[in-house]
Design a protein around this ligand. Structure first.
Ligand code: TYM
Length: 327
């Protein structure tokens, strides 16, 4: 079966290694697969305004995510890159889905509860409704494969619930959607290894961090009790996370990294890991600088991509509206 792929990232801060290893790395692999019929990757800027943001920098933040996508290796010849708010069919379909989604499907979701804890003043409709817009993002292109990190699983399940409900009310329109999880689907915080890596402070490594910043952050990363450098996520969550990062960036098997550091100290392992991360990010950061110098190229390709996305999205919207007696 040929696959239609959709995924997105909120422009709510600098992208970090979790975003890269959990999502973007996978996207780059998928763009080259022969069974990929179409892949669309978005900056989901309408999702990003459901939590605190700064209007003065917001437009640039969205562009920064696009630059990161390109620098990481997404090829505009193979995929469509877009800003969610520029393709208004997403929000139109979300409104339609709002009319068939029970509130009880939304207020129990862990992501809603977590965000509310972080910013209690943001308890508004948009935050509650966030996963409905995400379902619309995916289904507006009739996507069937969604490469995301593990934290997004409840949203993929909800997308399928909404699709099923729509089909049962208005006739078969949407096929089931599958999450595509990477090996790095859950990269943990360097400071609190039982929480996922996020966009804040020393918790995560930003893709734009300079080598010295990377060295400092990895040096400060917490470790577990016991000196052994072994992979055991339950008993040794911190070291296991560092081993995973090493493995995914260096390409070495975890076993062989364990052997390499047998009897050696955490500090030796950490300082080598910092070099692995810095070396990996160097070409990415260089490509990003080149792209920054050619923003007309980036703007043009976005506009072209968004036009194509609009065409595809409108087809689905017309079908949906026809089925519902709106057209
Ligand atoms: P967001 O912006 O929080 O994160 C973007 C992607 O990065 C993954 N990710 C991680 N993966 C592994 N380890 C981590 N520590 C880590 N942190 C983040 C996320 O799983 C995600 O894949 N709701 C989505 C954005 C979205 C979307 C969509 C995704 C909106 N519409 C449609 C797919 C399809 C979100 O907030 O991701």
């Amino acid at each position: 079966m040929s696959n239609r792929i959709f995924s997105g990232i909120r422009p709510s801060g600098k992208l970090h290694l979790g975003n890269y290893l959990g999502a973007i790395k996978n996207w780059i692999e998928l763009q080259d697969k022969p069974d990929t019929e179409q892949a669309i990757f978005a900056v989901v800027d309408y999702h990003g305004i459901t939590t605190p943001f700064d209007p003065k920098t917001y437009k640039q933040q969205a562009m920064d995510v696009i630059l990161d996508y390109l620098a990481a290796g997404l090829a505009p010849k193979k995929v469509l890159l877009m800003r969610q708010s520029r393709v208004s069919q997403h929000t139109e379909l979300a409104w339609i889905f709002n009319t068939i989604t029970p509130v009880s499907w939304l207020d129990r979701l862990p992501t809603y509860r977590e965000q509310l804890e972080k910013s209690p003043k943001y308890n508004h409709m948009g935050l509650l409704d966030y996963p409905v817009l995400m379902a619309a993002d995916i289904l507006i292109y009739k996507s069937n494969v969604v490469p995301v990190g593990e934290d997004q699983m409840p949203h993929i399940d909800l997308t399928n619930e909404i699709a099923k409900k729509f089909n049962s009310m208005f006739g078969q329109t949407f096929d089931p959607v599958k999450a595509h999880l990477a090996e790095g689907a859950r990269i943990m915080s360097l400071q609190e290894p039982t929480k996922k890596m996020s966009k804040t402070g020393d918790d995560g490594i930003a893709l734009s961090d300079a080598p010295d910043v990377i060295r400092e952050k990895i040096k400060k990363a917490v470790t577990d009790s016991g000196k052994e450098i072994i992979y055991d996520p339950e008993k040794k969550p911190a070291v296991s996370n560092l081993l995973t990062i090493h493995h995914l960036l260096s390409g070495k098997a975890i076993k062989s990294i364990e052997n390499e550091y047998f009897g050696k100290s955490y500090s030796e392992f950490k300082s080598d890991l910092a070099e692995v991360v810095a070396d990996f990010l160097k070409p990415f950061q260089e490509r990003r600088k080149e792209l920054e110098a050619d923003m007309t190229y980036v703007e043009d390709l976005l506009i072209e991509s968004e036009e194509k996305a609009k065409e595809m999205a409108q087809k689905t919207l017309d079908e949906v509206k026809t089925r519902m007696g709106l057209l």
